[in-house]
Design a protein around this ligand. Structure first.
Ligand SMILES: [Cu+2]
Length: 345
């Protein structure tokens, strides 16, 4: 059978396109999508996966076909033809990636905007107490906080992260949870009820806003199932506003190398029905009024070591003095009260 080469190329192109389109939707690389925002991120990822698959098959397929078809035959010791270039071909293979990158750039910016990335958010007042506190610390990253204070001594600064999506813009700020990253735990404070915990609980189907900060060094608050990740920066508040849409338990991961115990810095996110969430919150309030420390300490301390055993290697290496821990103790967030570390050092 002898198929003309144009038709063979056309057929190969159709097959390649179909495989790319199928694989772009069926790669199975993503975990469960548990937020309204996740579908948008996945749509972008799937599109890039489709393009990448097509390019991979095109380039590798051409390479294999050429290697087989134009291989040296036995007894053929002649030179190949002297080809110096092909201007039209070079224009085509420059233009295709340029257009592709441009399309991805416009599309990803569109999704960033739809997720609330362009909402100008002003960070809240409670943040300045933390800035002042970070300023007193002797780590080098806290010095970055010092510079920010110099730039913006009294007014609220624009918070980084994801704010209201265009359709939610102008609506009141939804339920807020303050998230604090510190070596090596996440702490969650519910400002309305005064509850501080080591697990994040939020009600399903309701928009939530996280105000994220860092006690000591850079951390990154990552929710893989929600397709959200945001830096936690000492002295600078960041935000994430999103809507969970599936009840369940999800991992919270620190995605910024933050020290020796970075790999163990995680927490759990529980998305609950509104009734379950309210019951949990009331339970926490009751617990907080009885015993203050044990529960959060256990959540913040992933090994079963005592606090001073756990902290000893870091307090020296990281240049954290016992004076710093005293300051933690007196912070407005009552953090150390929950961690109960400074008493033992
Ligand atoms: Cu971290």
């Amino acid at each position: 059978m002898n198929i003309p080469s144009q038709i063979a190329t056309l057929l190969a192109g159709i097959v390649l396109t179909l495989i790319s389109l199928w694989y772009g939707q069926n790669h199975g690389l993503m975990p469960v999508a548990a937020s309204d925002e996740a579908a948008q991120v996945d749509a972008l990822f799937n599109m890039m996966m489709t393009i990448a698959t097509g390019l991979f098959l095109l380039v590798e397929g051409t390479l294999i076909v050429a290697a087989i078809r134009y291989r040296r035959r036995p007894g053929d010791n002649s030179d190949g033809p002297p080809i110096h270039g092909n201007i039209p071909l070079e224009i085509v293979w420059t233009a295709i990636p340029a257009v592709t990158v441009l399309i991805i750039a416009v599309y990803s910016f569109e999704i960033y905007n739809a997720m609330g990335g362009l909402d100008p958010m002003v960070s809240h007042d409670h943040h300045h107490a933390q800035v002042a506190h970070a300023d007193e610390m002797s780590t080098s990253s806290a010095n970055a906080g010092k510079n920010l204070i110099a730039l913006d001594p009294s007014r609220g600064s624009i918070a980084l992260g994801l704010g209201a999506s265009p359709e939610h813009r102008g609506e009141p700020v939804p339920m807020t949870v303050n998230v604090m990253g510190l070596q090596y735990a996440w702490l969650f404070t519910y400002p309305e009820s005064g509850v501080t915990t080591g697990e994040l609980h939020i009600p399903v189907g309701q928009e939530v806003q996280l105000n994220i900060s860092a006690q000591d060094v850079l951390h990154a608050f990552w929710l893989p199932e929600f397709r959200l990740k945001q830096d936690a920066i000492p002295g600078r508040e960041t935000q994430l506003r999103f809507t969970p849409n599936q009840v369940g338990q999800y991992p919270i991961v620190c995605a910024e190398l933050c020290g020796a115990y970075h790999g163990a810095m995680g927490a759990q996110l529980f998305v609950q029905t509104p009734e379950e969430f309210q019951a949990w919150l009331q339970e926490q309030q009751a617990v907080a009024s009885n015993e203050t420390s044990e529960k959060t300490l256990a959540a913040a301390n992933p090994t079963e070591q005592s606090s001073d055993e756990f902290l000893a290697p870091y307090t020296q290496d990281m240049g954290i003095s016992s004076k710093t821990l005293e300051q933690l103790h007196s912070s407005p967030e009552h953090l150390a009260q929950h961690l109960a570390v400074s008493n033992q050092l």
